[in-house]
Design a protein around this ligand. Structure first.
Ligand code: ADP
Ligand code: MG
Length: 696
């Protein structure tokens, strides 16, 4: 069994705790060992009371000099108080609501307290410091890991479980990086890294372990992207004879922007190149700012296929987006005399049967859908073009699955994420990229404001005013962190911030109908909440960032983002792009009470900059490349890839080094089929499956 043993095989973990671990997605010993600490406390910095630091947590080795006194107050509240000292002073220590320390802290004991020291007139004081008994013959850890927690799990429980897992299963951790890659990049072994990440011996070893693990993260991601792209590259695809688009342009309700024309020119060129029946398949990404009109480009590309007698498919990541595309595209293609159909998970069986047979007979020309399109039984008569929208929301490898369907088809990917070009090239390798860096004319600017909590009443009034004018409003709250406090005994709060927020808002503004959406809702309910907002039944949609990326509700004129400092700039830009889609004046309000760091300057960028590419550059500069990618590919969605270490990547140089290691490896072993690369290949499949499994 080894690393795949259930965690219940560890001492101290029974069914109840196993259920709590399951909430964090931890089922096996291996899962537990890759449940990495969120951060570390430096408890090695020991001070004397007279040098006590009121600003920062430090360690103080003190002897308890009075009997701890526990006082119960009102219901469950309690206060535990005692005194402790070193040679330089006496400290009064108080614990609020942690009565269990009464049994752990005894008069006369020597204890390392970790916390802040305040000096008052005649005595030092500490509140709720972390106590660790000093026992002869047992060293205290100086770098203490802080784990992500959830309800039912304390830091102590997780930490003990990890200790048990390390002592019995560390030898079962198998290396997957080939020896020479490790050597060339100066990386320690996986066993070393797993041990040090959980139980750092010192800060140098921890740094080495982190370097190795972040290498792994970006290296496997880079490999997966490259392999997926290679999967997209077909031997050949039908050559389109005509790239003429005049019939299409004549039914389009607007004229194309320059950027749209250029992208369609690239596409027509790719699809018509050569002079045989078959040609080198197109494999192109269209990246465009929010609202830059990617759908029209997709439609134009589909038109080329249809006009040449081939079929086209457009796959969107959610049912709502697929339905929205269908509405827009069927109107257009009806006029051109082509048949369209929508295929999603909720298409009825009989309907599905009809659609599939019409598709196979070549009677349906354009099919729009969700990942149902890559399911069994979907067969095209004359496949010409496969388009995926908002590609990063599909598992990386799902694109490879798609391209199996699209054997012999051209491939077009629409990405809603403006990524600076240099980084896009580093990331995807030899990518064919068309950039929509121009917005359609007449688009009005979404006026953006940065406010703090003191504006709350005015903000409520503003919401009411917008609603009374018949408009709608989005409010985005960040998801609550698994555990916002490092307190060992604290259990994580899993209630979505959105739920509480919408209840409070409903009380303040009872005349409004408020919908609430968060990652934990089952997807049917998400769809219901979303549909109700789209149809205008609800006025306000309170949501975590699971809010649909491409959703188009032109009647929404107000976007409020709470705790805006917690979002990346690109993410804020995406969210802001949900409004300003109709003719009415739209607004974006960034609520932030945080003063420190560069958060104000960052948010001011949003107030003054409206170009998604400029914002992406700025975001990249502020966050570093690893973190930038991590938010692009994971944070926005409840599923998606998990990046834990990417944010510590130092700069573009390090990222490029890692990715060029991936390129070098693939040059030597394009399919990762050599003996020494099999474990790595398995690791990448795992990564792909996990990204795959989370698409709703
Ligand atoms: P996105 O790139 O964010 O997917 P869409 O394709 O949804 O953007 O387009 C946003 C809006 O702009 C749609 O209402 C679309 O009809 C409109 N639009 C697209 N291209 C043009 C254009 N060239 N001129 C005017 N309006 C356009
Ligand atoms: Mg779109």
């Amino acid at each position: 069994m080894g690393i795949d043993s259930p965690i219940t095989s560890l001492s101290g973990i029974g069914e109840v705790r196993a259920r709590a671990f399951a909430r964090l997605g931890i089922y096996t010993v291996g899962d537990l060992l890759s449940h990495y600490p969120r951060s570390y406390q430096d408890r090695g910095n020991t001070k004397a009371l007279c040098d006590g630091d009121p600003e920062r947590d430090c360690s103080y080795i003190l002897t308890v000099i009075t009997e701890p006194q526990l006082r119960r107050i009102r219901g469950n509240m309690s206060i535990l108080k005692f005194r402790a000292s070193d040679n330089t002073g006496i400290c009064e220590i108080t614990y609020f609501n942690q009565p269990y320390y009464k049994n752990q802290i005894r008069h006369g004991a020597k204890i390392r307290f970790f916390g802040r020291v305040i000096k008052t007139k005649d005595i030092y004081k500490m509140n709720n410091p972390k106590p660790e008994a000093i026992v002869p013959g047992k060293d205290l850890q100086n770098i203490v890991p802080v784990y992500p927690l959830c309800e039912g799990l304390t830091g102590r429980i997780v930490s003990d479980a990890v200790t048990a897992a390390l002592s019995s299963h560390l030898p079962d951790v198998t290396e997957y990086l080939p020896e020479d890659i490790r050597r060339d990049n100066g990386l320690p072994t996986l066993q070393f890294s797993v041990r040090e990440i959980h139980r750092p011996s010192d800060s140098q070893s921890l740094e080495k372990a982190i370097k190795r693990l972040r290498f792994d993260e970006m290296f496997t991601f880079g490999l997966a992207m490259r392999l997926a792209r290679k999967g997209m590259v077909r031997a050949s695809a039908p050559r389109m004879i005509s790239g003429d688009m005049s019939r299409f342009l004549s039914v389009l309700p607007f004229s194309l922007t320059g950027a749209q024309s250029r992208a369609l020119g690239d596409i027509a060129h790719d699809m018509t190149e050569g002079d045989g029946v078959m040609t080198q398949p197109m494999s192109r990404i269209v990246s465009g700012d929010v609202g830059s009109g990617k759908t029209a480009v997709a439609a134009g590309a589909a038109f080329i296929a249809l006009n040449n007698g081939y079929q086209a498919a457009l796959m969107a990541p959610t049912e709502i987006l697929a339905t929205q595309h269908m509405t827009e595209l069927s109107e257009l293609f009806d006029k051109l005399g082509y048949r369209t159909a929508l295929l999603t998970g909720s298409t009825s069986r009989s309907e599905r049967r009809k659609i599939l047979s019409a598709l196979e007979a070549g009677e349906i020309h354009l099919i729009v859908g969700t990942h149902a399109l890559i399911g069994d039984g979907v067969v095209f008569k004359r496949p010409g073009l496969f388009i995926t929208d908002e590609q990063h929301r599909f598992g990386v490898m799902q694109r490879a699955a798609l391209s199996e369907k699209a054997d012999d088809a051209h491939i077009l990917v629409m990405s809603a994420t403006p990524i600076p070009r240099t980084l896009a090239l580093a990331m995807y390798g030899d990518l064919d990229l068309s950039v929509l860096d121009e917005l359609p004319p007449g688009r009005q600017r979404v006026d953006t404001f940065v406010v703090d909590e003191s504006y709350r009443a005015r903000l409520d009034a503003f919401i009411s005013k917008q609603m009374s004018e018949g408009h709608q409003c989005y409010i985005v709250c960040p998801a609550v962190e698994d555990n916002s406090d490092e307190d060992d005994e604290d259990t994580g709060d899993h209630l979505s911030a959105a739920t509480e927020y919408s209840e409070a808002l409903g009380k303040r503004l009872p005349q409004l109908r408020v919908g609430c959406m968060h990652g934990r809702l089952p997807s049917v309910e998400k769809d219901a909440v979303m549909s109700s907002f789209i149809s205008g039944k609800t006025h306000v949609l309170v949501s975590t960032t699971v809010i649909e990326v491409g959703v188009n509700v032109p009647n929404a004129t107000l976007m409020i983002i709470e705790n805006a400092e917690r979002f990346g700039l690109s993410q804020l830009h995406q969210l802001r792009g949900r409004v300003g889609r109709g003719s009415a004046k739209s607004y974006c309000v960034l609520v932030s009470s945080k003063e420190g760091g560069n958060s104000r300057a960052r948010l001011d960028t949003m107030r003054t900059t409206y170009d998604g590419y400029k914002i992406a550059e700025k975001d990249l500069e502020l966050r570093g490349p690893g973190d930038f990618f991590a938010t692009q590919y994971s944070a926005r969605q409840s599923g998606g890839l998990k990046f834990r270490f990417a944010s510590s990547i130092a700069d573009e140089g390090e990222l490029k080094d890692i990715l060029s290691a991936a390129d070098k490896l693939l040059e030597r072993d394009p399919e990762l089929s050599l003996e020494e690369n099999i474990p790595l290949s398995g690791k990448i499949k795992q990564l792909a499956d996990s990204a795959h499994g989370t698409v709703n």
